[in-house]
Design a protein. Structure first.
Length: 138
């Protein structure tokens, strides 16, 4: 797995999906989507991001295939398609490209009018400038 890749595509809205339970493995341990993907050598965040970008049916088929590929899957996970359909519902409805996954708090280019905080900061700056320029000479 590539840790740097995980950081680049980590989207908090995928956490509910990744932390969801698939069921218990053959040893009675709870298996999450995250742990199942990691056991198969996949980066969980990258794979969840890929699944979120697919149409629901294609994502469910891909996830069912991944669940079926788990060790002891035929004994433990009797209906991978039903499990996958349930889990896919936890993915965000609208995918966001990797370039948009980290948003800035605000952008001046996208604002139609400045927020009150910005106006306040500008007024304070003008007052400080006036104090230093005109108030300092006695």
């Amino acid at each position: 797995m590539n840790d740097a890749g995980s950081v680049l595509v980590h989207r908090p809205e995928l956490d509910e999906f990744l932390q969801a339970s698939i069921g218990e493995d053959g040893k009675g341990m709870s298996l999450t989507v995250l742990s199942a993907l990691a056991r198969q050598g996949l980066d969980p965040w990258q794979e969840a991001d890929r699944l979120a970008q697919l149409p629901r049916d294609a994502a469910a088929q891909k996830l069912a295939s991944l669940i079926s590929g788990l060790p002891q899957a035929s004994e433990t996970y009797l209906d991978p398609e039903a499990i996958a359909a349930r889990l896919i519902e936890l993915l965000p409805g609208r995918s966001i490209s990797k370039s948009n996954s980290v948003k800035m708090p605000f952008s001046f280019s996208s604002m139609t009018r400045p927020p009150a905080v910005f106006i306040f900061i500008v007024l304070i700056a003008i007052m400080l400038f006036a104090e230093f320029a005109f108030g300092g000479h006695h």
